[in-house]
Ligand binder design. Structure first.
Ligand SMILES: [Cu+2]
Length: 199
């Protein structure tokens, strides 16, 4: 399911390329037809097979894209035994509550986007981030995960994510939330299952 999501993002890029290529190609051929004395319209070039193929293949492509799109859209509604990760934005640090780890604060400790207690996620496990705030509006954002969820006081926003690679990922608060806005990085460690520990 996760790789489907990644595949969809890739497909979108290919479709954008294709969408740019088609008008350029059509304009080129049109121009060529206008100036060429031997244009296509002067020949008998109807072909049922070609017309059939260029109707069926794009239709199939649209069906496949619709299917992937629906999967991507419904990805957030999936409830596949997600591990709940509560995320609370505070002035100016993040608090996490991860099942198995309990509740803890993640406070910035140096200028290179380091925090004392990073958020620990396990590889290939579905996590549901439940995001809220205890004071002003923050925004929980991890660009490498394609995640950006507003943390709004009195409201619970959520997003699902399943880490597909090991590593340390850095995100930021992306809502101007006060004097310490720049000093509340999100640091996520994706580790192997069973390696959780807090210092
Ligand atoms: Cu903030």
């Amino acid at each position: 399911m996760v790789s489907m999501n990644v595949l969809y993002m890739d497909l979108v890029n290919y479709v954008i390329l294709l969408c740019s290529f088609i008008p350029v190609w059509v304009l080129f051929v049109l121009g060529w037809q206008v100036v060429s004395p031997d244009s296509i319209s002067s020949h008998n070039n109807e072909s049922m097979v070609v017309e059939f193929l260029w109707t069926v293949f794009p239709t199939l492509a649209v069906v496949v894209l619709c299917f992937l799109n629906l999967q991507c859209v419904s990805y957030d509604f999936l409830d596949v035994g997600c591990k709940i990760v509560k995320v609370v934005g505070r002035q100016w640090y993040w608090s996490y509550d991860v099942s198995g780890l309990g509740s803890y604060d993640s406070v910035m400790c140096d200028v290179l986007s380091g925090v004392d207690n990073p958020l620990c996620l396990t590889l290939w496990e579905f996590h549901r981030f439940m995001v809220t705030s205890s004071d002003v509006i923050h925004s929980f954002s991890i660009p490498e995960f394609n995640i950006k969820v507003d943390a709004i006081p009195g409201r619970l926003n959520y997003v699902n994510y399943c880490p597909d690679r090991y590593g340390i990922f850095v995100g930021y608060c992306t809502e101007l939330c006060g004097a310490g806005h720049a000093y509340m990085p999100v640091v996520v460690e994706v580790i192997k299952q069973g390696l959780f520990k807090l210092e």
